[in-house]
Design a protein around this ligand. Structure first.
Ligand code: SF4
Length: 688
């Protein structure tokens, strides 16, 4: 029998299959290929290939820390847990239950996300819970629900991508964020399909495209409206599909026709001939897909922007049939499952709504509590962080590093410091953990078992491959211990499979129905796609083939109108700034910055700008420059490249301190998804 443990990568939403083989030396396992897993067929990016390094002793926390006299010192678990429960009790007694907050993460397993939401509602009785996934895919989720009645990132398996006639990637750079995905794009091209990439930068992904459109950051909505206008003007809409399977076309059509292509050219900076070429390629394909990522989504109009792209799909009959449709490329490891099981402010497990009486009754019955005892919806992630120290006075935080990853990060750091009490569970002493009153060392991917749901809606099983270091506990054990001290221990199992069994019951009958999924089935079937309502059900790789998940079964056009980014360049701040990721780092970098091979490949922050802009400002390649916005100042080397628009600068957001890109990002929120406007703000660049 092989001693290789079949499991999955700790990082992104592709959830590549990998094997962990026992190894000699400080790192107890080495990563090996798992060619049988269909999503990545053995391929891994550098992050996955080097994932075992974060298991090395010395790279991580192994003892609780408590703050005394302003400094963190090692402590026992009893003392650390006691400090937390004392603080939670005192805060709730003095200020009410909503003064205690919980902040989770899109990398947490389904079991952790589920139990965290239950802990907030049942033990703390607080509405103040949300998570960093709000910053990831909430606009796509909101748009998907508006149009299709259901949010699952991809309504089809990745295997369908190469079979489309045309794929449009909008604000997505998988060649750097999830490189094994690129094989699907190569297969698409090999099959004769066309690839269109929409990105202000000529990224590694854009290099692969048949056509690259480079709009100004924050103008993707206008671009989608312009394409729809051209499609209508050319008579290329699919009237039979529109009549049979949609509602709301006249209003959406009128909204698109109100924006002239010449105006779209002026707003986006994309030349009209390229816009026409894109419309032609999209319509010439027998089947077409639009896949969005954070570019169009992380805007204060992100929901409308995604709906504009969905409208284009619906108008051309590219939805609800094979090898066509709209999908979102989720970012975080459990970006999909993390948004389904109750750590979101307005949600109960199974993607149920917290304000739905029937949903409350169902979940309360599973939890053995009175539905009336469950609090109502709370604040979204940024609003929760913004309320720290005023409304929310004590915070439990796990699986997140908002000091680096939240918008307006200087302000968020100030709010965290203003708390009466902060407890952080993490694997490493992240920049956010450094601010805590109590830090709890918790297990990580290869030291624990749990399920995640990848970007396709495929539920996969990460398996424990090594023992955790002495002194470390799992998040499930932490929640049990805290609940126990607060009188609810019996409701919080510590065995992941037991938690999953409860999750199955809680999700049963909900939109994200996991009732028929078991650890046994996941292992036997290379993952199971939700919804899967019973054990005899095969799972649902493709959604919407017969009907959409709306009450009348029809997809809904949403009429949307262009408006500019909230912060436009002006005399004081004349340059647009956009942000993103690089190949060798992941999110806030808390783990990847500690992996030597990755750090060597991407050692620090920079600001990317076009030589034309650099010359105008007198900035040389490699020169350290100040980037100044209304919210802060960073100092970082300039990197000159012709791959970016001359009116735009780009900063990757993986680093803390003086190069932290999120010091600049604008926390103004989308009115529906509550997504901050990460992708477009105004800055000026100064020579030092
Ligand atoms: S693409 Fe994502 S899941 Fe796959 S190895 Fe890289 S980081 Fe891990």
């Amino acid at each position: 029998m092989s001693d290789v443990t079949e499991t999955h990568c700790p990082y992104c939403a592709l959830q590549c299959g990998m094997g962990l083989s026992p190894a000699e030396g400080p790192v107890p396992v080495s990563v090996v290929e798992r060619p049988g897993f269909p999503v990545n067929r053995g391929a891994l990016c550098g992050k996955g290939a080097n994932a075992a390094a974060v298991l090395a002793p010395g790279a991580r926390l192994t003892t609780p820390l408590v703050r005394d006299g302003g400094v963190l010192r090692p402590a026992g678990w009893d003392e650390a847990l006691g400090r937390i429960t004392d603080a939670l009790r005192a805060t709730a007694a003095a200020h009410g239950p909503d003064a205690v907050g919980v902040f989770g993460g899109g990398g947490l397993t389904n079991e952790k996300a589920y139990l965290l939401g239950k802990f907030a509602r049942v033990v703390l009785g607080t509405s103040a819970i949300d998570y960093n996934g709000r910053f990831c895919m909430s606009s796509a989720a909101a748009a998907g629900i508006r149009a299709f009645g259901l949010d699952r990132g991809l309504p089809f398996p990745l295997d369908d991508v190469p079979r489309a006639g045309c794929v449009v990637l909008v604000g997505a750079n998988p060649a750097e964020t999830m490189p094994p995905f690129v094989r699907y794009l190569r297969e698409l091209r090999d099959n004769g399909g066309t690839l269109i990439v929409v990105d202000p930068r000529r990224t590694r992904t854009a290099e692969l495209a048949d056509l690259h459109l480079a709009p100004r950051p924050g103008t993707d909505l206008a671009l989608a409206l312009g394409l729809l206008h051209l499609v209508v003007a050319d008579g290329r809409t699919d009237e039979a599909f529109i009549a049979a399977r949609t509602t709301g076309w006249p209003e959406a059509r009128a909204a698109a026709m109100a924006l002239w292509p010449e105006h779209v050219e002026a707003v986006t900076g994309v030349p009209l001939p390229r816009l026409r070429a894109a419309a032609r390629l999209f319509c010439a394909a027998g089947t077409a897909m639009v896949l969005t990522a954070r570019g169009p989504e992380q805007q204060a109009k992100g929901t409308d922007t995604v709906n504009a792209w969905i409208n284009l799909c619906l108008a051309t009959g590219n939805a609800g049939r094979r090898y066509a449709g709209y999908g979102c490329l989720t970012g975080q490891g459990n970006g999909q499952g993390g948004r389904e099981h109750g750590q979101k402010a307005d949600q109960l497990p199974g993607y149920r709504r917290l304000d739905d009486p029937a949903a409350r009754a169902h979940v309360a019955a599973v939890w053995g509590v009175d539905p009336a005892s469950l609090p109502g919806p709370g604040r979204s992630a940024y609003e929760l962080l913004d309320s720290l120290g005023t409304d929310v006075r004590a915070l439990l935080l796990t699986g997140s590093n908002p000091v680096v990853s939240a918008p307006a990060s200087t302000h968020v750091g100030e709010r965290l410091r203003a708390l009466d009490f902060l407890a952080v569970s993490d694997v490493v002493l992240s920049e956010t953990a450094e601010l805590a009153d109590v830090v709890l060392p918790v297990t990580q991917w290869a030291e624990e078992t749990g399920t995640l749901t990848n970007l396709e809606g495929r539920v996969v099983l990460r398996r424990r491959a090594v023992d955790a270091p002495a002194g470390v506990r799992s998040d499930l054990e932490v929640l049990h211990a805290l609940a126990d001290r607060l009188g609810h221990g019996e409701r919080f199992p510590t065995d992941p499979e037991q938690v999953f069994e409860e999750l199955r019951r809680a999700s049963a009958g909900g939109p994200a129905d996991y009732a028929g999924i078991s650890y046994r089935r996941i292992a036997a079937e290379d993952g199971v796609f939700w919804p899967c309502p019973d054990e005899g059900h095969p799972g649902t790789p493709r959604l919407f083939l017969d009907r959409f998940a709306t009450p009348d079964g029809r997809a809904r056009f949403v009429p949307v109108r262009h408006r500019p980014p909230v912060e436009e360049p002006d005399e004081q701040y004349p340059v647009r700034l956009t942000t993103g990721r690089v190949l060798a780092q992941y999110q806030s970098g808390a783990q990847t910055r500690r992996v030597p091979a990755l750090n060597a490949a991407a050692p620090g922050p920079y600001v990317e700008l076009h030589p034309v802009l650099a010359e105008r400002l007198g900035i040389a390649d490699g020169e350290r420059v100040a980037v100044v916005s209304r919210r802060g100042r960073t100092v970082t080397p300039a990197r000159l490249t012709t791959a970016i628009r001359p009116d735009t600068a780009f900063m990757p957001f993986h680093w803390a301190g003086e190069g932290n890109a999120n010091r600049h990002t604008n926390p103004v929120l989308d009115p529906i998804s509550r997504m901050p406007e990460f992708k477009a703000c105004a800055v000026r660049l100064e020579r030092l």
